[in-house]
Design a binder for this molecule. Structure first.
Ligand code: NDP
Ligand code: 8X3
Length: 257
């Protein structure tokens, strides 16, 4: 028996990086998984592999968290046996671009705000009522050190992660009498596809971000998320900030030559 046997965990953005690593870590503990993201082929591959490896159940579907109607339709039509969601991991997110506001691309701002803030809200709006009804559940948002400190050229991405931090606090207060746990896990530099997405496939620029640093791995973050999810039921971890040992703040980084 794993620590989460028979629990249902819903993960957004499960095709890559932290979301994918969470799927693996939670499957190891016996959780049944609802996996969502836009790339359905990749999602199905991950889902099949976890079922075979850990003997868990999975339910996967294509979901773009930016589309409020798609979020409403897909979640409201979950089969009955999948509606008792114990843990929601609001992970889907991205940074796009790295410019000063004076030079900013409006489409980049919209993509980040629509995904990181509005997408998180749309998904939470559908799943939180199910938790409130059952007086049980755990919402885990993936924030960032960028939700605590701003850095030049990070502007809108940072603003979205500050918003995640604010929304986490709001959900926590608003469900205080509903026996629901609410957590934000806020990593610094993690080696995933994040920087490739930020620089729209310019791998040279993306790789420079990690020059001389040993970044966190997606598995490091997933294990931290699992830690939050496996505490005794009366314990709420509000916030965890984790960074590589070489990173003391978003922009204060010791790079080995
Ligand atoms: P990845 O790019 O590796 O993974 C991002 C995941 O989000 C993918 O599975 C992607 O799936 C999904 N996603 C993106 N947009 C959407 C969308 N509109 N709808 C549904 N799913 C979407 O990056 P990370 O794993 O690093 O990022 C995960 C989270 O961690 C993000 O919220 C990010 O801000 C946060 N974070 C990352 C850090 C880092 O340094 N890497 C540090 C701190 C926080 P698909 O494309 O298939 O839809
Ligand atoms: C990602 C970390 O420092 O690139 O959330 O903004 S950073």
């Amino acid at each position: 028996m794993g620590a989460l046997t028979n629990k249902i965990v819903f993960i957004t953005g499960a095709t890559s990086g932290i979301g994918k690593a969470c799927a693996e870590e939670f499957a190891k503990e016996g959780a049944n998984l609802i996996l969502s993201a836009r790339r359905i082929d990749k999602l199905n591959e991950i889902s099949e592999s976890l079922k075979n490896k850990y003997g868990i159940k999975t339910y996967s579907f294509k979901l773009d968290v930016r589309n409020a109607e798609e979020v409403r339709r897909t979640i409201s039509s979950l089969p009955e046996e999948w509606r008792k969601i114990d843990i929601l991991i609001n992970n889907a997110g991205l940074a796009r671009g790295y410019s000063k506001i004076v030079d900013g691309e409006i489409s980049h701002w919209e993509e980040m705000i629509d995904t990181n803030v509005k997408g998180l809200l749309y998904v939470t709006r559908q799943i939180l009522p199910l938790m409130v009804e059952r007086k049980s559940g755990h919402v885990i948002n993936i924030g960032s050190t960028a939700g605590h400190e701003v850095y030049p050229n990070g502007n809108v991405y940072c603003a979205t992660k500050f918003a995640v931090n604010a929304l986490t606090q709001a959900i926590r207060m608003e469900t205080i009498d509903k026996n629901i746990r609410v957590t934000t896990v806020d990593p610094g530099m993690v080696l995933t596809n994040f920087s490739n997405v930020r620089f729209s496939g310019d791998t040279e620029r993306a790789n420079k971000i990690y020059e001389g640093v040993k970044p966190l791995t997606a598995e490091d973050v997933a294990r931290t998320i699992l830690f939050c999810a496996t505490q005794p039921e009366h314990v709420n971890i509000s916030e965890i900030i984790l960074t590589p040992i070489q990173q003391a703040s978003v922009a204060y980084i010791h790079r080995k030559k």
